[in-house]
Design a protein around this ligand. Structure first.
Ligand SMILES: Nc1ncnc2c1ncn2[C@@H]1O[C@H](COP(=O)(O)OP(=O)(O)O)[C@@H](O)[C@H]1O
Ligand SMILES: [Mg+2]
Length: 294
């Protein structure tokens, strides 16, 4: 496994552009593929020439390590920048936290285990649901996309991620419990709308670890659990994608690079390329129609 401590970025040489689109990867159920989806889509967007920042907002720091950076060697993390939002702590600009990865155009604001304490300290932050949104403000003009990987709980870190987001991607696994979690996700989005007044209209569901019908169920004309859940989801949401179950995910995470740079032609690689292309096509279309109405 190749792991580095990451190189600091030189933001002074970067050109300022239009503000980045912020996409949160959320589902309070653990192990549904939030981190895998975030890093995979980030890799494809970067490969397509977009400037991409992954914000690892989970104390587990899995996105940090999936991008080849050893969280134990990180000098400053997103935690330091968040603390700056609390009274009596020194302000650390996010630009001092961001690291380059081995992938061109792809940067990461790394996490560390201490981020768990940030959740408690954030209770003292000014306008606390918006602490992350505020610290992202200064780097938004430097990127096309900011992808926020959220933890598996509906606490303050998740609320902060959703309050900073223009779009939410909800990865889920093909289980009945996942459908229940999805219903709760809708309630959390309603809470964010009600409490913080922030409304996210774009919701994309990624049905991960998708398994097609077995030969036996095909003979019996029976759908697999994945296919049953997919059918339910397509009635509930406009934007539903499937990503197959594959050991390529394990291998790419072991290598510390996104699937776009490990096995782009694998089934998982192509599934995530399709999602990344759809995200960028929608954004381009939106910015085109907003330019026309100006
Ligand atoms: N499509 C997939 N096929 C096989 N394993 C997967 C797939 N997606 C994710 N995994 C594995 O499932 C586990 C949980 O995925 P992860 O992305 O960490 O979920 P979360 O961030 O929601 O907790 C990880 O070990 C990951 O390698
Ligand atoms: Mg995760």
């Amino acid at each position: 496994m190749s792991r580095s401590s990451g190189q600091k970025t030189d933001k002074t040489t970067e050109k300022a552009g239009k503000a980045a689109k912020c996409i949160a990867f959320a589902n309070h159920k653990g192990g549904t593929g939030k981190t895998s989806s975030c890093v995979s889509i980030a890799g494809h967007l970067a490969d397509n020439g977009y400037r991409v920042l992954v914000v690892d907002f989970d104390p587990g720091a899995n996105a940090t390590s999936a991008l080849g950076i050893d969280a134990a060697t990180v000098e400053r993390s997103i935690y330091d920048a968040i603390l700056g939002e609390c009274d009596s702590y020194e302000r650390v600009p996010l630009t001092e936290v961001i690291l380059e990865t081995s992938v061109e155009n792809l940067h990461v604001a790394p996490s560390e285990l201490d981020l768990a304490a940030a959740e408690a300290l954030m209770l003292h932050a000014r306008r606390r649901p918006y602490a992350l949104n505020r610290i992202l403000g200064e780097v938004r003009p430097l990127y096309d996309y900011i992808l926020i990987d959220l933890p598996p709980n509906p606490g303050l870190l998740t609320i902060n991620g959703l309050c900073a987001a223009d779009q939410v991607v909800v990865p889920m696994d093909p289980s009945i419990f996942s459908l229940e979690a999805l219903e709760n996700m809708r309630l959390i989005l309603d809470d964010v709308r009600r409490i913080a007044g922030h409304s996210i209209s774009e919701v994309t569901v990624v049905l991960n670890r998708y398994v097609k019908r077995s030969i036996v169920s095909r003979l019996l004309s029976r759908r697999s659990p994945s296919q049953e859940i997919e059918a339910t989801l397509t009635q509930m949401f406009d934007s539903v994608f499937v990503v197959p179950e594959s050991t390529d995910i394990f291998e790419t995470q072991r290598q510390g690079v996104p699937i776009s740079h490990h096995a782009p032609q694998s089934r998982v690689g192509r599934a995530y390329a399709e999602i990344a292309n759809s995200i960028s096509a929608n954004s381009e279309q939106k910015s085109h129609s907003s330019r026309q109405t100006e």
